[in-house]
Design a protein around this ligand. Structure first.
Ligand code: KIV
Length: 275
């Protein structure tokens, strides 16, 4: 059964936890989908884990459309959410609606995600009015890394915690169907979760959120440039890949691979008649 924004709403009402992971390609999306994930985020974290940038700032609309469409082809049941990249919505409401439309038409998104609080309420309202579901993103919003001065936990003091709560209410009221809370103290995330009618999806925001999301390379141990505190490794696929690559290199170098069964036969008659 295809998960939709209605699945997310019902899960909040029923107290059922929502699971989300990122994916950026067809094969990974298919595996996550077959495992039964509720939602797949084509995150602009692809800038870090796929393209090797140091932040998400340089990710383009074309990147998101290209990877979004690949994930959508692999996700039969999961809700596919595609990130709006930096400067595709901050500049104006017109840009926001136009680019959200492209992510849906060309990137085959079921919903889009954008970062920010009160300041992006007009964008959220207009995108939702155009029939495109919006997921909000508050707390550590990586597109604002230069304004934050680094990747830091958000909402630790009274003023910033209050602002986060107000922003969450404003984003939900603007029509967002869910909100990602990233790097927010667990007790604050739990308070926000209780205060708004739409599900919160936490990443580094504790168990009180309505759902959880992780970058799949982080949870599989495939990305070692840095590992945030909130990441739990569910497998060590990075090491398994390295071992397999080393075994392959050794077999190629020693001539063990390919063996006869990996090749195609031809009758000696044909070979013998060649000159
Ligand atoms: O881009 C991304 O992967 C995200 C998640 C970390 C929530 O926004």
């Amino acid at each position: 059964m295809k998960h939709t924004v209605a699945t997310f709403q019902k899960a909040k009402q029923d107290g059922q936890k929502l699971s989300m992971l990122t994916a950026y390609d067809y094969s990974t999306a298919k595996l996550e989908d077959e495992a039964g994930i509720h939602g797949i985020l084509v995150g602009d974290s692809l800038g870090n884990v796929i393209l090797g940038y140091e932040d998400t700032i340089s990710v383009t609309m074309e990147d998101m459309i290209h990877h979004g469409a690949a994930v959508a082809r692999g996700a039969k049941n999961a809700l596919v959410v595609v990130d709006m990249p930096f400067m595709s919505y901050q500049s104006s409401v017109y840009d926001a609606v136009y680019n959200a439309g492209r992510l849906m038409k060309e990137g085959r998104a079921n919903a889009v995600k954008l970062e920010g609080g009160k300041e992006v309420v007009p964008q959220i309202q207009s995108i939702v009015r155009a029939g495109i579901p919006v997921m909000g993103h508050l707390g550590l919003t990586p597109q604002s890394v230069n304004a934050f001065g680094g990747y830091k936990v958000q909402g630790k003091d009274r003023e910033t915690a209050q602002k986060l709560l107000k922003d969450a209410k404003a984003v939900a009221e603007a029509g967002a169907f869910a909100i990602v809370l990233e790097c927010v103290p667990a007790a604050l995330a739990a308070k926000i979760t209780e205060a708004i009618p739409v599900p919160t999806i936490g990443i580094g925001a504790g168990a009180g959120c309505d759902g959880q999301i992780l970058v799949y390379q982080d949870m599989l141990g495939m990305f070692s440039d840095y590992t945030p505190k909130f990441v739990k490794r569910f497998a060590n696929i990075g090491e398994a890949m390295k071992d397999a690559f080393s075994a392959y290199i050794a077999e190629v170098e020693t001539g063990t691979f390919p063996a006869t069964e990996h090749g195609y036969g031809i009758s000696n008659d044909v070979i013998d008649k060649l000159y």
